[in-house]
Design a protein around this ligand. Structure first.
Ligand code: ADP
Ligand code: MG
Length: 359
């Protein structure tokens, strides 16, 4: 197992990239700690597979280095990296039995036959395929073949890292949950470094210790689920994570005051004088409705009861501001002001979070 370091890494699929737009992966520096479970989260096309394939060696980066425990592996072939990778769609040997498919990575490395026998049995139990071990893979459903691919990815105990690229796409919803749980327990048992790619925030937040959020070829934040919730470093993290996502409002910020649509509010801490496009970001969990005449005047558009709480959708001068209100609380017509809990107020300048000034 190894710590993985990406040093000044960038990748373009073009032979002669010129502008930043030519790069599928913009320059990044990142450390992946040994033994941690990561989720790589972002919308389709943001560069997740590109990044994963560079780590496994399927792709050589056009710029920068990749290190395993400080050893330069940038040009090392996949075989030397000792990494198991599972893809979105099944990769199985059709003419082999399920058993031989699962045993393949172990036989390839000359493992002891008795060990192979036991280990294959364990893995078959994890993916729920003990009864089909002697069947040929040909003719199995896509779902079953993908489970074999997953099993093959998990069979070796001595890998540096396990990479999963949206592995549950073709798996039926019930089995998805089951397999994700298995992956988590595999992580607890063996402590491999794991990187799990997904575009689904729930999947990312339930699987990983740390989530790496990508947007438009850039890693915009690596953090615990709590950090992504409390201090999104980029507005994308704010609105991509959460349901509903973070409220964003254009604002003029000076010190500890903001003016939003002509209304001044207190921020609770100082932010200097941010420049560029300045926005206030406040999650619906830190936003509440009240009667009276302080706060932002809004119109209530809709109240959604989602069980644990209510989501109140309001309009402030054409901008939607969402509020999460307690399940039992009454929403009366005179509650037409929005106030923010200053603990949850973030300020953004050109989409990036401005650190509050320490008093
Ligand atoms: P994701 O896995 O997040 O959906 P990808 O890493 O597959 O994103 O793609 C990132 C960007 O690189 C996309 O704009 C995609 O079209 C482009 N891209 C991916 N693979 C290739 C390739 N082999 N050749 C050229 N462009 C590619
Ligand atoms: Mg992809």
């Amino acid at each position: 197992m190894a710590k993985i370091t990406l040093d000044n890494l960038a990748h373009s699929y073009l032979p002669k990239p010129v502008t930043e737009d030519d790069f599928a992966l913009k320059e990044l520096n990142l450390d992946w700690s040994d033994g941690e479970a990561y989720a790589l989260l972002g919308a389709s096309g943001c560069g997740k597979s590109t990044l994963l394939n560079i780590i496994s060696g399927l792709l050589h980066p056009s710029q920068g280095r990749i290190l395993f425990d400080d050893k330069d592996m940038t040009m090392a072939p996949t075989t030397q990296r000792n990494i198991a990778q599972v893809f979105q769609f099944p990769v199985v040997y059709d003419t082999m039995t399920v058993r031989d498919n699962l045993a393949f990575p172990l036989r390839n490395r000359g493992a002891d036959p008795a060990y192979i026998q036991t280990r294959v049995q364990q893995i078959a139990a994890m993916i729920g395929m003990e009864d089909t071990l002697n069947r040929k893979a040909r003719g199995l459903t896509a779902d079953a073949k993908q489970k074999i691919s997953l099993g093959r990815g998990m069979v070796r105990e001595d890998v540096n890292a396990l990479l999963f690229d949206e592995p549950l796409t073709v798996i039926d919803p019930h089995m998805k949950w089951e397999l994700r749980t298995q992956l988590k327990s595999l992580h607890h048992e063996f402590g491999h470094t794991m990187i799990y790619v997904t575009h689904d925030q729930t999947e990312a937040l339930t699987f990983a210790d740390k989530v790496v959020v990508m947007y438009d070829g850039r890693v915009v934040q690596m953090g615990t689920p709590q950090e992504l919730f409390e201090t999104p470093e980029h507005t994308f993290v704010g609105y991509f994570i959460g349901s509903p996502g973070m409220n964003l409002m254009d604002a003029d910020v000076k010190g500890d005051k903001a003016v939003i649509g002509g209304v001044e509010i207190a921020l609770g801490k100082g932010f200097g004088t941010p420049t560029g496009k300045v926005e206030l970001g406040v999650r619906p969990e830190f936003t509440s409705l009240q009667a009276g005449d302080s706060g932002l005047p809004v119109t209530i558009k809709r109240v959604e009861d989602v069980g644990r709480h209510k989501i109140v959708r309001t309009d402030f001068q054409g901008t939607e501001i969402n509020v999460i209100a307690p399940e039992g609380g009454e929403i009366s017509p005179d509650m037409n002001r929005i106030v923010f809990d200053t603990a949850g107020v973030n300020v953004y300048s050109d989409s990036w979070r401005v650190a509050p000034k320490v008093a």
